[in-house]
Design a protein around this ligand. Structure first.
Ligand code: UN1
Length: 509
């Protein structure tokens, strides 16, 4: 939760104020104002004050990125890769510190926070290697004594606008491919996780990225985010967040014909067929639905189950959900942390009200207000059964610990229900039947499909992204992520010493 720090709370004396990072210097905003970041598990815990950035700050950051860019582009890509490698190694060295800071600032349990940092390390090392690959193509020319090849070149300045739910991994997904390909970066993190972003940028600076190559500006989306998207010198913007914000960014970026990579909502489904291993399915569903308190783009929010196994599956889900322990993610006995802020909690409360009119409440359905939870944004993991595919809780992204169970007659209706959504990020099927598994791999309209595993847990060396309303066709992670941050240049070298006309001189007539 964030607010302007004009009304300082509780333990203000020892609260540190953090700064922007522009042109290699830590500096204050032109606004002179700051905002606070607080622990979602305990609203009294103020993590720090952060600069309330302005359009003028963004303009300064873009100028710094522009000044540094030609030198960075001329640095040999393998040398750029070495700095990425050093950054990955630093993250590994500071993994525990980063993970603990993350749990305190955004609530996910420590094991998951470590996983988030590890995902950042993985993409840093993967992209460090791209410094020695970044392959184009060398192909034969249709004419004699002529050479034909394609190379990648950076776009220039990349605007990186990131969410709070993966406050280390997602900035790394975006910055690592941008940097290794020779772009410089202006980074605006979510106002719910500015501390994680600051710690990350400290390590980027320590790793040896030259001044101006990475710049950090904190503040609101409407001021800082829009200033980045609108700046004509920012050639590419990568955004992960809500569909509503992404649509607004697409309109602004579209007016400037700007390269834009969007990673937006999801309504990810797990299909459970009658022949599934129900214990395994239960494990996969619970981990995907309530891990990160349901606050992943890839979280499972729909279970589409063949009627024949509806009851035994729901019984298992209910029993196991009742065992989940809520609390601070720093407590090793806790399974489920808080929601990110009061607005997220309100959203879950209102969707559970809708759910009561659409399905049958199986478990949960209330705020968790035990004495140690009352100062945090906790909500009980909640399951509705008997949900129909087109119900609101079966269609709309809730981004919290709310799971809808949708019974269907057979595989055909399961596929229809699964695909009947405006989103298309992740999906999964539990079955022992290899033929059905392969049909699902063909039929499911999502960018990621899992067989006999939940909907989360994508690895960094494969493309990550969604079909339909989840995005705009770009992918993060994997070597395809380079496409977002580079232009192709096709180069023809004629060494025949005479005019050779393609499509003409080598054709009869
Ligand atoms: C997200 O929620 O936007 O596959 C990212 C996963 C993680 C990444 C999730 N590796 O769930």
């Amino acid at each position: 939760m964030t607010e302007i720090a004009t009304q300082p709370a509780g333990r203000v004396a020892d609260v540190q104020t953090f700064r922007h990072f522009i042109a290699g210097e830590w500096c204050e905003s032109t606004s002179g104002a700051t905002f606070e970041s607080r622990n979602p598990a305990d609203d009294r815990d103020v993590i720090g004050r952060f600069q309330q950035g302005t359009a003028a700050d963004v303009a300064m950051a873009v100028r710094a990125a522009g000044t540094a860019q030609p030198m960075w582009q001329r640095t040999p890509a393998p040398k750029r890769g070495e700095i990425l490698y050093a950054f990955g190694a630093l993250m590994a060295q500071h993994k525990e510190r980063l993970a603990r800071a993350m749990t305190r600032e955004m609530g996910k349990v420590l094991a998951e926070a470590r996983g988030d940092v590890q995902e950042g390390i993985d993409i840093a090392f993967l992209m460090a290697g791209e410094g020695r690959r970044m392959a184009g193509e060398t192909v034969p020319s249709e004419l004699p004594d002529k050479w034909a090849m394609s190379i990648r070149q950076p776009l220039g300045i990349a605007g990186v606008i990131t969410p709070w739910n993966f406050p280390v991994a997602i900035p790394c997904w975006k910055m690592m491919p941008a940097l290794v390909t020779g772009n410089t970066v202006v980074f605006k993190p979510s106002s719910d996780t500015p501390h994680c972003a600051t710690l990350l940028v400290e390590l980027l600076a320590e790793a040896g990225f030259p001044p101006g190559v990475v710049n950090l500006v904190t503040g609101t989306g409407s001021e800082v985010g829009n200033a980045i998207v609108d700046n004509p010198d920012v050639a590419v913007v990568s955004f992960t967040g809500s569909s509503a914000t992404g649509t607004g960014i697409a309109e602004r970026a579209g007016r400037r014909l700007k390269r834009l990579s969007l990673e937006l909502g999801g309504k990810n489904g797990v299909v459970v067929l009658a022949d599934a291993d129900l214990d395994l399915a239960t494990d996969g569903i619970l981990w995907s639905a309530f891990g990160t308190t349901g606050q992943r783009c890839t979280a499972c929010s729909r279970v589409i189950v063949e009627q024949a196994v509806l009851d035994p599956l729901v019984q298992r889900l209910e029993a196991r959900t009742r065992e989940l322990r809520l609390g601070s993610g720093l407590d090793p006995d806790v399974d489920v942390g808080p929601l990110i802020n009061a607005a997220a909690l309100d959203k879950v409360v209102s969707y559970v009200d809708i759910g009561r009119t659409e399905g049958e409440l199986i478990v949960g359905g209330g705020r968790a207000l035990d004495h140690h939870l009352a100062t945090g944004h906790f909500y009980q993991p909640t399951i509705f059964s008997g949900v129909k595919p087109m119900d609101r809780i079966g269609q709309e992204e809730i981004f919290g610990p709310v799971l809808s169970v949708i019974p269907v007659a057979d595989y055909g209706s399961a596929v229809l229900a699964l695909n009947q959504t405006r989103y298309g990020l992740s999906s999964s099927i539990f079955t022992q039947d290899v033929n059905r598994a392969f049909r699902a791999m063909r039929d499911f309209e999502t960018g990621i499909v899992y067989v006999n595993a939940g909907t989360t847990g994508a690895e960094t060396h494969l493309p990550f992204g969604g079909w339909k309303g989840t995005g705009n066709g770009h992918r993060e992670a994997g070597h395809v992520a380079l496409d977002t941050y580079t232009e192709w240049k096709s180069i023809y070298v004629d060494f025949s010493g005479r005019l050779q006309r393609a499509q003409i001189d080598n054709q009869p007539g």
